[in-house]
Design a protein around this ligand. Sequence first.
Ligand code: HEM
Length: 477
Amino acid sequence: AVFILTADFIKNRRPANFPPGPWQLPIVGNIFTVNHNKAHENLMQLAARYGDVFSLRMGQTWVVVLNTFEILKEGLVTQGDSVIDRPYLPLQEDVSHGRDMIFSNGHLWKQQRRFALSTLRYFGFGKKSLEPVILDEFTHCAKVFRSYEGNPFNPHLIINNAISNVICSLVFGHRFEYNDEKFTRLMKLFDEAVHIQGSIWEQLYNSFPLLMRRLPGPHQRVLHIWGETKKFIGEEVKVHKLNIDSSNPRDYIDFFLNEIQMNKGQSDSTFDEQTLIMCVLDLFGAGTETTSTTLRWAFLYMTKYPEIQEKVQAEIDRVIGQSRQPTMEDRANLPYTSAVIHEIQRMGNIVPLSLPHMTNKELQLGGYIVPKGVMVIPNLTSVLFDKTEWETPFTFNPGHFLNKEGKFVKRAAFIPFSAGKRMCLGENLARMELFLFFTSFMQHFTFSMPAGVKPVMDYRSGVTLAPHHYEICVTSR
Ligand code: HEM
């Protein structure tokens, strides 16, 4: 034991000029310094104590946390070429075997990110041609909401299904009915997985993979669920292969299958079926949980602040009326509604620590040196709730995005999608979905809590910070 502790002490001394941080336990480092259910809050407290750039050790892995707008801008944008990589995360690796886009590096990441962006752009990612897909999905969703008129119901799975259907239309070329048993089961499993991930189990798995791979526990369930999801995607790919017309690709999968054919024999090609399945899983996973969670926060905020809900509805009634659906062109004429959506995203803070990055070169930041190969966490919370950036950082206030004349104003510190070369690939799609869905909901429904129930604004942590399950009432307008 003395030998192990001495070796640990020597191996894990803080390098010279490395960012400061709290005292560490042998072997496990700071794993227990941070409560994984409220990691972003703990990291804010540590930043107040150790500064805007500080370090922790998670097991045997050094982590540097970046705080404040200036530091994040310097780290992710100005010196962004030094922090493009993602760290090696054993749980992720055991799901993807290095073939996904979100957690890959180098050539695979570049080729797949470029391909995903150009293919999704082709299908109107962030442009007009996606509008009808989203608006059609709203119509399906509204029908289900209306069936509960006045009676409390949990909107979670319905919204997940609706948002997921937009991604499904892009990648699979079709949507799923809300009563499709197979898909509903998948959505439920998915919700289970995203809340085990982001917990202490993921941290333990990533810190002690050799041990955790052998131990039973919720982490095994996560592996099982992602395995099931891959099988589901694999079946879609099989059907696509049977009826593909390569001169007329219908969706992301068809485009990818074409790339596999065209790149056959090229040694640097990353187009193969395993990568296809993993990249679809990425889009499906990243594209469903995030936007769906934001909309579930939106409903809660509207019940908590009925006067804000009324103001949004009045603006929509004035600009759009009740006889047509909203379009993206309406956004410019709906400054208050846009401000409310931005404030929901800021307060919802659904990806509070972004995704982890890793230095691929030495990074000099805030007077410290971070060598190559160190995990970097962009603390988006430190920017979205910064006292020096927002007038009332902890209070819901659409005024953060409005000037004195009531015009919408962009705020540089609004960075829920992160910044730099790794920033969210789906930002345009997410913004479009949020605008069209939220505006449509406000146009057609008034949201309230069931009699005698107050909205719970506390979060449930997982892959995203999500609201706890809740029931809501809708009244048609
Ligand atoms: C990455 C936020 C919606 C796909 C990210 C990151 C954040 C984020 C913070 C990490 C960026 C970084 O590493 O610095 C959000 C939020 C969303 C949203 C708040 C909705 C409100 C979407 C949607 C898609 C998507 C709809 C689907 C197309 C991705 C992908 C990445 C990513 C593929 C990884 C990018 C890479 O590693 O190069 N997102 N996202 N996201 N997001 Fe989103």
